[in-house]
Design a binder for this molecule. Structure first.
Ligand code: ATP
Ligand code: BTN
Length: 234
């Protein structure tokens, strides 16, 4: 089924994900929270997400039949397709980031309550300034194109692509995994996976049907489940 989006616009909020979670149970699927600024935007594992004015900080309430960690890919694919609409080539850095020209332009954070709702938070640097301490690692659509973009146009593109990928995900999840593989940065690259008890280095060889990343260390093949690791190319 195609989702109908209903957007709630806020000037400022701590985190659109937290706001969306607080209203999710009584809100219909397709409710979208967009804020001009976040005062406590967050990434995975409690890391902070810089969210000054001019960026797209949005959280979408979804009510899939089953909770599925692969849903994060739907957000990343929607961002990559939006970038393509504006002539920008983006890559998914498994599992939840989008990179352009070697820098991070977007991140996706899914949270939720099992079997009740999923909140998919998408942060995309559009026209916003990148804080000085992130300039080595982060970029924006404005920095890449050298001009400001029509913000609503970007928002509408993201939601249109998100609706399409979400529908496909519900009907044919393996097609979504295939699409991720085509747009991923890591396949055939040397990666180091950092997890709670140490590091594994090797070549990323595949993304499996369950969304995990397969690493070949030279001796063994290790399946890395997202959520519990950070991956650094090289
Ligand atoms: P991982 O490999 O685990 O995804 P990560 O460094 O990408 O590692 P995340 O938790 O996914 O970590 O994302 C949060 C990180 O993103 C922050 O620690 C910061 O380095 C970076 N970051 C914060 N705000 C922005 C932003 N607006 N644009 C790009 N990068 C940002
Ligand atoms: C990451 O790269 O770790 C994910 C970053 C997700 C940022 C978005 S911005 C909108 C939503 N609200 C948040 O607090 N985080 C997500």
């Amino acid at each position: 089924m195609t989702v109908m989006w209903k957007i709630i616009h806020l000037d400022e909020v701590n985190s659109t994900n937290d706001y969306a979670k607080s209203i999710a149970e009584e809100s219909p699927e397709g409710t979208v929270v967009i804020a001009k600024r976040q005062t406590a935007g967050k990434g995975r594992k409690g890391r902070s997400w810089a969210s000054p004015q001019g960026g797209l900080w949005m959280s979408v309430i979804l009510k899939p039949e089953r909770t599925d960690p692969r849903l994060v890919f739907v957000g990343a694919l929607a961002v990559v397709d939006t970038l393509a609409d504006f002539g920008i080539r983006g890559w998914i850095k498994w599992p939840n980031d989008v990179w352009v020209e070697g820098k991070k332009i977007a991140g996706v954070l899914t949270e939720g309550k099992a079997e009740k709702f999923v909140v998919m938070g998408i942060g995309l640097n559009v026209n916003n300034e990148i804080p000085a301490d992130l300039r080595e690692t982060a970029t924006s659509m404005r920095a890449i194109l050298g001009k400001r973009l029509e913000f609503n146009e970007v928002t509408n593109r993201v939601l249109a692509h998100l609706g399409r990928w979400y529908k496909l995900f519900q009907e044919e999840p393996l097609n979504v995994i295939e699409a991720v593989k085509e747009r991923t940065l890591l396949i055939n690259r040397e990666v180091t996976v950092i997890h709670s008890d140490g590091e594994i280095s090797g070549t990323a060889v595949d993304i499996l049907e369950d969304g995990s990343l397969l690493i070949d260390t030279g001796e063994v093949r290790v399946r890395v489940v997202y959520g519990d690791v950070s991956v650094r190319p090289g």
